[in-house]
Design a protein around this ligand. Sequence first.
Ligand code: GTP
Length: 600
Amino acid sequence: MLVRNFSIIAHVDHGKSTLADRILEKLGAMGERDKRDQTLDTLELERERGITIKSTPVRLTYHRPLREDGTGGEVYTFNLIDTPGHVDFNYEVSRSLAACEGVLLLVDASQGVEAQTIVNAYLAIDNNLEIVPVVNKIDLPAADPQGAAQELEDVIGIPAEDAVFASGKTGEGVEQILEAIVERIPPPPGDPQAPLKALIFDSFYDAYQGVILFVRVLEGTVRAKDRMMTYSNGKSFEVDKVGTFTPGLIVAEELSAGSVGWIAAGIKDIHDAQVGDTITSKDQPTTDPFPGFKPAQPVVFSGLYPTDTEDYRKLREALERLKLNDAAFVFEPETSEALGFGFRCGFLGLLHAEIIQERLEREYDLDLIATAPAVVYRLTLTNGETFETQNPAEFPTRDRIETMEEPYIKLSIMLPEEFVGPVMQLLQERRGAMITMNYVGKRVELLYEVPFAEILYDFHDRLKSISRGYASMDYEQIGYREGDLVKVDIMVQGETVDALAVIVHRDKAYSLGRKIVDKMAEVIPRQLFPVPVQATIGGKIIARATVKAYRKDVLAKCYGGDISRKKKLLEKQKKGRARMKNIGTVEVPQEAFLAVLSTD
Ligand code: GTP
């Protein structure tokens, strides 16, 4: 069998899903009846937000056209793996890549190389994959296909002449892409007779069949009734079924070296079969397991509380269900004086956090209060103990702390030259230190080291507005650095509200305290009496604002600048289900808990 395994990688919105659809259409994988936009984006939420979250593999058949010289005419099996473009889901990209021999690297012909184009290209290079550069969206009036191809050469070193020009919208260039896949991407290696060695690159939990493993078979063959073993923990399972993706699950007789498919083996716990682990044969195990992935570590934490305390159990069940399908998501019970019983949850980033919260509210019909997201701090206490915390409420008092460290990221930003000045100023405000600055034609790549906490809240919005939408960014965690951090407490009506505490660098404490109390005074509905809101450090008041006495306030501002979110919140309020929590006698809305995120 002639096989090609490949993935499509690109900066967000450069058109992966659209191009994947054209390829599926061309290869007859979409019947007219179920033809709809972005077939590979299966989760309802993905469709609505227009972004790809989970990578979905699909198996296709390519009948290579006969050429005049008599060549061609072969039948190829293509396994196409779509990948997400957002930085929170970079780990999904790297696992998908490990299942491929090559990638289509898309670049929007009107935008050129962006931050994630570079990061994704290097992921592919690190995995020794063949890169087929595709300059996409050439139908756009503002397209500069040659310019984009030249940027690929200048920035990443991919020869401009290798570029295939295409449009996912009109379908132009799709045939050339199919040919490039056959000609340039190598066939998968591997011996079907060797001991089984398969890589788990994704999984999901099915209530009837247990965990469905997405695998790339590297060596050997797997069939129903085989005894398989997960390499890392030595647990064995009998294979129930194996199959391929269309993208639905189709049962097959076997999966052999080179193929991409799924295995169901009655595994009840997703932790028994972790992504990145090797599956082998129980009786004849491989001696050379896959080296494994870096496990996805949650880096952002926040508290989730039901607005209605009766919903606690329902929330726990929903979190457990979500965790079955998301190995990167963690949670544990937490109690807050102000909010009662809830859960401390860990996420890969803010988008991941928003998605989980939205799924909880939508799929499980829960109303939630989320506390401000926080990063993980590392402390050495005066008694010599080391202590990690991502919960401001648990932050020890200053006299108990010897040293404090906070996580840093390497941030890369691509932007037009004219915005370099203001963006560098923004980075300086965010305690960034420049690593390098590279010119790429009229654009600039900036590399900075920045405390992760500084880009967590409104950085992306600020960057976009300063650069009128032209700057793009990506980042990776690079470890911990010392920092002079303080805990800012917030008091409402003279009472400290534990769930509102934030950790911040000392230099920023006053301005942040000011911002939070002002925002809170703005969003807390007026009461019959004035309500003081204060920010304090170690009991000392650093900022103060007052919620004035009663006057009906209809439209409180919401966090972020996202219009659809605002609309949604408005709809919610219309339904009379505004998310509020009573703190003493004061009703505090969700926005107040996220005051630290506000952009103004
Ligand atoms: P993520 O899944 O979020 O990473 O995005 P993506 O890279 O898959 O992009 P997607 O296919 O969702 O396309 C982004 C936007 O570009 C959509 O509005 C598409 O309609 C548009 N688009 C995609 N391909 C083309 C193209 O070839 N020409 C034009 N004019 N527009 C395109």
